[in-house]
Design a protein around this ligand. Structure first.
Ligand code: ADP
Length: 269
């Protein structure tokens, strides 16, 4: 079998904000159909990497491709190739779940008519929101909003789904359910999934391969088995600790994170 082209490729990607080098000369590839996790302490450069891959930020130097499209030169084609679920739900709360799906279809120029209706139904059924399709989203719980975001992000049949901390602030049961949906989609649609999380056990349970970044640099990449072997440890969490010298949970959140978490806690209530 010929080697499949990577669906995501970063080559010597650097992003500077003034004196801060947020992402420092990072190169790696993600294979089609992979479930790929990007892990690292706060401020490591995860969000900046996702923002660059999703055309929200321009790299200072280096090259990135998404489903074969140059992310900086062919932004529109690159945008059609992915769906994204942000940390903070961005669904419109004054509309129903179904209306949110229709609006997104229009924004992405998904062909209208029976085909789109069927697609909306399939996706809402998949995330178990079909029976709530006519409910205003403001009456949804945090977990339901996140599920709706996932369904919406998939409407235009993207090659890649980006999930930036998709389970932050959700209870364990909802987190497990969310990953079940994501894994089903990955299997049924052959969709590549690129995610960040602070929960190492999630990455261990879900990801095919994991990249660790710290201070903007890629410090290790492999399967859980490879990373634990490389560090002589037993769990991904221990491997992470050995490689970064940090535990994930006792990170002191930056001001921005505190603000975000407070805001999220309010939204989840
Ligand atoms: P992570 O997502 O891993 O927590 P980020 O990618 O958000 O990390 O941040 C990486 C580094 O870049 C941090 O030092 C952060 O303060 C800095 N940074 C991120 N965005 C900006 C910005 N817009 N302006 C200046 N510095 C930024």
């Amino acid at each position: 079998m010929p080697k499949a082209h990577p669906v995501i490729s970063l080559s010597a990607v650097t992003k500077r904000f003034g004196n801060v080098t947020a992402v420092n000369n990072v190169s790696f590839d993600v294979k089609p159909g992979e479930l790929f996790a990007l892990l690292g302490p706060n401020g490591a450069g995860k969000s900046t990497t996702i923002k660059m891959l999703t055309t929200l930020l321009k790299p200072t130097s280096g090259k990135m491709t998404l489903a074969g499209h140059d992310v900086t030169r062919a932004q529109d084609s690159a945008r059609q190739a992915f769906g994204i679920v942000f940390q903070d739900p961005s669904v419109d709360t004054e509309m129903t779940a179904y209306e949110n799906m229709e609006l997104h279809a229009a924004l992405y120029h998904v062909r209208g008519g029976a085909e789109t209706k069927a697609r909306i139904r399939t996706l809402l059924e998949l995330v178990e929101l079909w029976d709530r399709k006519d409910t205003l989203v403001k009456n949804f719980s945090g977990g339901m909003k996140r599920r709706l975001e996932i369904a919406r992000g998939l409407l235009h049949h993207p090659h890649v789904l980006f999930l930036d901390e998709p389970t932050l602030g959700l209870d364990t049961q909802t987190r497990n359910l969310l990953w079940e949906y994501v894994k089903t989609l990955n299997k049924e649609e052959g969709m590549t999934v690129f995610f960040t999380t602070h929960y190492l056990e999630e990455a261990e349970a879900v990801a095919d391969r994991i990249a660790f970044i710290d201070h903007g640099q890629l410090i290790a990449l492999g399967t859980t088995k490879e990373l634990t072997k490389q560090t002589g440890t037993k769990t991904l969490e221990a491997a992470y600790l050995a490689l970064t010298g940090k535990t994930v949970r006792d990170e002191t959140p930056g001001k921005g994170d505190e603000w975000r978490n407070r805001r999220r806690a309010r939204m989840m209530r």
